[in-house]
Design a protein around this ligand. Sequence first.
Ligand code: CR1
Length: 829
Amino acid sequence: TSGERTAKAERMFELMDGFLKNDPLSLQKDILNHVEYTVARSRFSFDDFEAYQALSHCIRDRLIERWHDTQLHFKRKDPKRVYFLSLEYLMGRSLSNSIINLGIRDQCADALSQLGFEFEVVAEQEGDAALGNGGLARLSACQMDSLATMDFPAWGYGLRYQYGLFRQVILDGFQHEQPDYWLNFGNPWEIERVHVTYPVKFYGTVEEEILNEEKYQVWIPGEMIEAVAYDNPIPGYGTRNTITLRLWAAKPSNQHDMEAYNTGDYIDAVVNRQRAETISSILYPDDRSHQGKELRLKQQYFFVSASLQDIIRRFKDVHKDLSQFPDKVALQLNDTHPALAIPEVMRVLVDEEHLGWNKAFDITCKIFSFTTHTVQAEALEKIPVDLLGSLLPRHLQIIYDINSYFMEELKKRIGLDYNRLSRMSIVEEGAVKSIRVANLSLFCSHTVNGVSKLHSELLQTRVFKDFYELWPEKFQYKTNGVTQRRWIVVSNPNLCALISKWLGTESWIRDIDLLMGLREYATDISLHQEWQMVRRVNKMRLAEYIEATSGLKVSLDAMFDVQIKRIHEYKRQLLNILGIIHRYDCIKNMAKDDRRKVVPRVCIIGGKAAPGYEMAKKIIKLCHAVAEKINNDSDVGDLLKLVFIPDYNVSVAELVIPGADLSQHISTAGHEASGTGSMKFLMNGCLLLATADGSTVEIIEEIGEDNMFLFGAKVHEVPTLREKGSTIKVPLQFARVVRMVRDGYFGFQDYFKSLCDRVEGNNDYYLLGSDFESYLGAQAAADKAFTDKEKWTRMSILSTAGSGRFSSDRTIQDYAEKTWGIEPCRCPL
Ligand code: CR1
């Protein structure tokens, strides 16, 4: 009865102490309690790692409080919600980020130091959560931070891989991969929801059933696997709002295949069931090509099906009428990976809810929006029809039905232009008949967007031209962004303090446009001094890291020149390395006296190659071979060093980016959809050496060409250059450095041959040869600018000051208004 309930609630309030307190003394008590009762160590002797564990649990408790309040608040207000579906999230570490977003950094540092620990050391005990490959996955993480901070009613959904992205180990200069069993030491940042589980079905057949004289298709599945929810609270900054990243893990279902127990082979039966868990066991490490593997498809459907059951359940808790679904729900497809959500929604609406096909399709088209992260048509996902038909027979039927409808609609618009119809069709009739997932997503989403202005133009004029011509209103662009909380506040605390001091406020951490205020002081001598000081301390930290990982001592007076990102031919790490060889060659051939004029450099390269990507792996080996030669050459000394930073990941980036003077974003124009690394460097006052590709074009608009080092062919020039092929005049220096590699100057002559072949004559698809001269020109300009300390510092300040447009807060605001139609829902204090 309600009387009993009130009495119970009162009793609960009496028992509660109120919210957890955040003064250093209370924090210390809580830490010690967790040392004793959670970590089960003696409070008189625990090490840095155990301190990390205990502190994490303290923070987790505080997150849970806020998270409860936020969820309750959302429930009461029932706003339209956005559900972000992504197969990848690169969260990195959580401790510092959470503490900073909770606003209790100093209190935690005090509490720890009174217990004899140092905050930074404790925070470094944490391993990275690397449930993603690269740009796309880190973008998801930044966007979650912004969604929480800006009070949006949002959920992230994904997969809880047991093995994250492989660890890169370098042996003899070659990349080797090791599994990343990141859960080995426990994960305090997740809450296992043993009762939030859903069955996910696979295989089987489709049968027709007649109900009230209507025909229905019924899917009789052949396998059932249970999805269990793991919730990761995502705290906003400067708000109580804490949202959820819900990741699904596969568990064998205990509802099905009971007959297995009667076969007498109990052990085999259990072992077979255990196999179910493999669905969520491993992240695919290739970030561009997906070869229609069954396990990958299973992962996609598994996560989509569980997420949709969860979303529909939440909706139905409050609403009866599914036609209101689009008023309450926005579903965001992060690339095509979750696109099976489209036929799945149709299946639920038609087969389970018994809505008419037209009505169901109308609802479906109102809820989906789709972001594409690629430029190349070849990189678009395709699912072989045979595979889909066996794994998800009903979904294949639905996709065929959607396609018939689509083709009819198209014919009304374009007539019987069969070439075009077959280009646009969702079904590709090739050697391997397959489903074009992007076409499905395009047709069924109300909005599609690229991730920078340039990228969206390329989508409209090349990749999705046919679609754009018919539905221009669907197309938007949303330039990517990164969160300043992680990329300045957490990773560069000194710069953070300096910015706040000069702006006279910390508000820029939530309101990034304020950063522009720094422009006013770009020539202020005392800011210059403080700025240089901060940068020097960060360089020191990076130099220590380099020495610890590679044994190489580097000079702090040298320019730290960094290229860190996944290794890809289009990103042109090879151009960088060939440039370094050229620099080395020049130094070697110089008169001793002239060497004094050389601007010393430390070239830093880092990044993982997909395990099956041979060329990328050769690039890594070449980098090591060249480094070996240069770093041991006494003619060169401190004038040039080359370092490969192994196992590049989010936490390595947090250390490297603040310490970089110059960073390289040198993809062949038209190939990088956006690029987000550049934005992190920009925020940290690192100058960019870049091509006019992806989001760089917009960075130029913000800070001006004068404040960076731009080079290379422009997007519209690339096709002509390619046509010219081997008739292009390639500079002599280029031929010379390639020849050095070919002739075995750095050893491994046979091994590097195919790499050299790749960049010469007609094969030079990424135009290293034709861009080489202007690349060297930009490098020379960077050298020159570096010798003028005042100029460099001014450029650096202006870079940070102009980085506001590249905050993910701006990106998310844009999505909320123009794509999702959602509003903030702020939890009261
Ligand atoms: C793109 O290559 C972009 C990110 C985030 C990448 C990069 O240019 O900044 O997405 N794509 O939008 C990707 O990771 C798997 O594809």
